[in-house]
Design a protein around this ligand. Structure first.
Ligand SMILES: Nc1ncnc2c1ncn2[C@@H]1O[C@H](COP(=O)(O)OP(=O)(O)OP(=O)(O)O)[C@@H](O)[C@H]1O
Ligand SMILES: [Mg+2]
Length: 701
């Protein structure tokens, strides 16, 4: 016991009233390391007895005193305490002990003692005292243990009280049952109830009796494990209340016989109620979850249905969109063909009407004043030619003679023509800095585009204003190109034609490139100008952008791919040449009879010998014969083998034969350079007799 005071049980009380006995014993024990107190008599000893005292040493002589106080003191010690005495008997030399009960004898019988006979050696005395002291220490240990035990018993009691645990103890031999108050309370019994096994079973719920009986019998069975652990219901003996209890316990066996059955019991009614509530709420929760699951399932089904409906809706919308696009396309085609038919009718009326009148007049012999009608017919025909040229431009199927072109020079050379086209109330400004690079484009087409734009600008400024034609270099970067799907990044030469006219509202701007879209009165505009500009720019690998706001004017910008090479546009008309084809033979291959007639007429006029063929098949035998041929003039679009393939075969036999292609449009030959071989050339329908004559002459000589 670590906390025990060092002085506890360390003191030796001495009472030796005879001679110097006390002093010598005290000195001896002091030397042995003990605290020593010498008392003059037994009364003094009695008052000194406490826990400091380890032993009491008395000589027989001391006992002649009144012993009562000492006996009282001894009796007054705590239960665990029994102070050891060391008794030194008087020397009885030669004397037999008397039979009378001596005072020594009395004490000797009543206390825990050791008797030493004198004379006595020092060592014997010290050893006797030491052993007495040791036994006293054992008493202290016992005392401490008892205290601990009491404390833990207290704790156990407190714990059982706090935990509502009741205890029971059945003596199976005596057939007696000991239940504590709490145990009885779980059976609704009063504290003073005398419990028996019958009473116990009577208090168990009828439905649980079998179950309890079985558990009890199993616990007390000799070959079982003795364990008892059970939950059951009781019906209160006095109050009739139903209670749930949990009983735990065990059986003790002696020599294979069950002797004692003890354990605890606890009222678990609350817990059972909570459990039941929990089970109920769990069931409710499960029910709720099932409901949610069902709802979710329904929701899922609905989502699927809705998705399907949406998909169907989307599909039908896609179909509707496709149908709309198709109808828009048909509308555009209708507009286009209607426009063409309408314009052609007008022009053909001019041609046919003119030719009719001429025919009649010739028949009637009135041949003066024919020029007027011939001019009218030819003007109508020219306009028709212009119309088809623009249509081809729009459809990007025109034959482009794209070359590296000095755009600045071209714009400057147009100044005079532009001035003549616009009225005096419109100021013309040309901005063409010399630093501009060349562009790859067809010069005639570019001129035509600029003229178209200038005329539009003029029409937009009936009250006069400012027309600006400007060139500049534009770098379209990747970011710009990425934003516009039809633009390739790179360097472009830009030609902008701007006016300060009426501008366009959004709905006009939206349709400005549509063929035959015009806001001009019938007869004034065909609605093909912007279409031509657009088709030309796109076919040249460029772009057109229009910026316009109502009341603020319009700016149309044509972007053409830039190049560093430059070529000046042809200057002025070529001088008319005198043609003399005598002695030379031309093979003409053309499937359209009237064109063939016309061309052969021109050739005859130029005094060439002409061989005619309506197809490549007809032409081939002539080409493979020994017939002299100085020039092959062939349509590109022939039935069967086309003009280009025919030229190919002709060149096998006649490697140096010049070839002139005539084409309405060059489908495979949009850019001439990619189509024509050496000593090959091309002329586009319709053409004037002069143009054809000049081309033929150029090729033969
Ligand atoms: N500079 C402009 N200012 C205002 N509106 C314009 C301008 N350029 C074109 N437009 C509008 O765009 C329409 C179509 O122009 P486009 O050049 O294609 O045909 P058009 O000028 O009407 O006829 P065409 O050029 O065939 O004689 C014009 O009718 C006009 O409404
Ligand atoms: Mg126009």
């Amino acid at each position: 016991m670590g906390h025990r005071k060092a002085t506890e049980g360390h003191e030796v009380l001495i009472c030796a009233p005879f001679g110097r006995d006390a002093d010598s014993v005290a000195a001896l024990l002091h030397d042995a390391g003990y605290d020593v107190t010498v008392c003059p008599n037994l009364a003094a000893i009695s008052t000194h007895v406490d826990e400091r005292v380890g032993a009491i040493l008395l000589t027989e002589e001391a006992l002649h005193d009144e012993q009562a106080p000492l006996h009282e003191a001894m009796a007054g010690q705590p239960g665990w305490s029994d102070v050891p005495f060391v008794l030194l008997a008087a020397q009885r030399a030669g004397r037999a002990p008397s039979n009378a009960v001596s005072p020594f004898q009395r004490l000797r019988d009543s206390v825990n003692n050791v008797v030493l006979e004198r004379p006595l050696g020092k060592a014997s005395l010290v050893s006797a005292v030491a052993s007495a002291m040791r036994s006293r220490q054992k008493q202290f240990e016992m005392r401490d243990r008892l205290r601990d035990l009491a404390a833990s018993e207290d704790r156990l009691r407190l714990a059982t009280e706090a935990s509502d645990v009741g205890t029971w103890d059945h003596d199976l031999i005596q057939q007696t049952l000991k239940w504590d108050d709490r145990c009885k309370a779980t059976f609704g019994m009063a504290a003073d109830t005398q419990v028996t096994e019958e009473l116990w079973f009577a208090g168990v719920h009828v439905d649980d009796r079998d179950h309890v009986d079985r558990a009890f019998k199993a616990a007390i069975r000799a070959d079982g494990d003795g364990v008892y652990d059970i939950e059951y219901r009781t019906i209160g003996m006095s109050d009739g209340t139903e209670r749930w209890v949990a009983a735990k316990g065990g059986c003790y066996f002696v020599a294979g016989e069950a002797v004692r059955f003890i354990g605890t019991i606890i009222d678990i009614t609350k817990r059972k109620e909570t459990e039941a509530a929990l089970t109920a709420s769990e069931a409710a929760l499960r029910h709720e979850k099932e409901t949610t699951d069902r709802l979710n399932h329904t929701l899922e089904v609905r989502v699927i249905e809705r998705t399907a409906a949406l998909e169907a809706e989307m599909a039908s919308r896609t179909n509707a969109e496709a149908a709309l696009r198709q109808s828009q396309k048909m509308e555009a085609v209708g507009q286009l063909t209607g426009g063409i038919a309408h314009d052609f009718n007008n022009m053909l009326t001019g041609v046919i009407g003119g030719l009719d009148i001429i025919k009649r007049r010739i028949a009637a012999g009135k041949i003066d004043d024919l020029d007027r009608f011939m001019d009218a017919a030819s003007t109508s025909a020219q306009r028709a030619a212009g119309l088809t040229a623009r249509l081809l431009a729009f459809s990007r199927r025109q034959s482009l003679d794209a070359k590296a072109l000095d755009v600045n020079a071209l714009v400057v050379s147009l100044e005079e023509l532009l001035r003549r086209t616009i009225p005096e109330n419109i100021a013309l400004r040309i901005v063409a800095p010399n630093t501009i690079a060349g562009a790859v484009a067809d010069a005639n087409q570019l001129e035509s585009a600029i003229l178209n734009l200038a005329i539009n600008a003029r029409d937009a400024m009936p009250e006069g204003g400012q027309l600006t034609v400007e060139t500049s270099l534009a770098e379209l970067d990747d970011a710009y190109a990425a934003a516009k799907p039809d633009v390739k990044p790179g360097r472009y030469v830009m030609v902008a034609v701007s006016d300060t006219g009426v501008g366009m509202p959004p709905e006009v701007l939206e349709k400005v490139f549509d063929p035959f879209f015009t806001t001009k009165p019938i007869g004034q505009g065909t609605g093909l100008g912007m279409s031509m500009v657009y088709g030309f720019a796109r076919q040249s690998g460029g772009q057109v952008r229009v910026h316009s706001r109502p009341g603020e004017g319009t700016s149309v910008k044509i972007y053409l791919p830039a190049t560093s090479d430059m070529v000046m546009p042809d200057e002025g008309a070529k001088a008319a040449v005198e043609h003399d084809g005598r002695g030379r033979t031309v093979l003409l291959v053309e499937d359209d009879e009237s064109v063939r007639l016309l061309v052969s007429e021109v050739l005859a006029e130029l005094r060439y010998d002409t061989l005619e063929a309506g197809s490549a098949d007809e032409a081939l035998p002539i080409l493979t014969s020994d017939q002299q041929i100085d020039l092959l003039v062939s349509d590109v679009g022939l039935p069967g083998m086309n003009g280009r393939q025919l030229a190919e075969l002709a060149r096998e036999r006649r490697p140096d034969l010049p070839v002139l292609f005539v084409t309405g449009y060059a489908e495979n030959a949009a850019i001439r350079a990619g189509f024509l071989g050496t000593n090959m050339s091309m002329i586009t329908k319709p053409f004037s007799i002069d143009t054809l004559a000049a081309k033929i002459d150029e090729m033969i000589s």
